[in-house]
Design a protein around this ligand. Structure first.
Ligand code: GSH
Length: 244
């Protein structure tokens, strides 16, 4: 199936019985979470990409919130990155990603809430005037410090899940993968994550980059920066770098 984004006026490719489908956008950090889980668990699926600036009516009928990601199989539809990822983990329980320990599970939920601050801080800094950048970077570094401290408290590593990635690692990764794009977009070495100050996060990044799912679902910082630049200018190119 073509990876080109479907816009208003397009036809939704016909679904097939028993085939899991992800409605996605290639540069969306939230759909990226679901894609990571799909790849990590080797779950067979097909992908339909959507133009989120010019959404087809059929996409809005599937998800009135109008957001990617959306999963669909037969008469079941699940939306939101967290709900879709957890649903996949429950339906495909092998290689479980959600912690079984209730205390750990509760804390991973807290980390997820906190994650929003980092993601918002990242996009806000990416589009920030130069004069406001340092203040935004100071905020971002505070958020990174929170996660650095949590990794240190857990004492295991390199992942939030210990020696193996857990669901929160895959919720965290899309923003972390994009973060180096900030130094490119703002032409600011100060935006780089200092490995001396953040050794645990640096080790996490290296371990994540070795995972086949991360390799399969990821993009490099340069490519992220090109998309984000267009997005911030109000002209996202959803088909960027596609060769078809
Ligand atoms: N809370 C949602 C957020 C998803 C989201 O915001 N996705 C963006 C793309 S990265 C989107 O679909 N935006 C639609 C729009 O901007 O209208 C989740 O976790 O899945």
């Amino acid at each position: 199936m073509s990876l080109k984004a479907h816009a208003q006026g397009s036809t939704c490719p016909p679904t097939k019985p028993g085939v899991l489908r992800l409605y996605s956008m290639r540069f969306c950090p939230f759909a990226h979470r679901t894609r990571l889980v799909l790849h990590h668990k080797n779950i067979p699926h097909e992908v339909v990409n959507v133009n989120l600036k010019d959404k087809p009516d059929w996409f809005l009928a599937l998800n009135p919130l109008g957001n990617a990601p959306v999963l669909q199989i037969d008469d079941k539809i699940v939306v939101e990155s967290t709900a879709t990822s957890e649903w996949l983990d429950d339906v495909y329980p092998e290689n479980r990603l959600q912690p079984s320990d209730p205390y750990r599970r509760a804390w991973d939920r807290v980390l997820l809430e906190y994650m929003g601050k980092l993601t918002n801080g990242f996009y806000s800094a990416a589009g920030s005037p130069a004069a406001e950048l340092q203040g935004k970077l100071d905020e971002i570094m505070k958020h990174f410090q929170f996660f650095e401290d949590k990794l240190r408290e857990r004492g295991e590593g390199p992942f939030f899940g210990g020696s193996k990635p857990c669901m929160f690692d895959f919720f965290f990764w899309p923003t972390f993968e994009r973060y180096p794009a900030l130094a490119i977009l703002q032409d600011s070495p100060a935006a780089r994550l200092d490995p001396q100050r953040f050794p645990k996060l640096t080790a996490l990044g290296k371990a994540m980059e070795r995972l086949p799912a991360v390799k399969a679902a990821g993009l490099d910082a340069e490519k992220h920066s090109v998309f984000i630049k267009g997005y911030l200018a109000g002209k996202p190119d959803y088909d960027l770098f596609l060769e078809e």
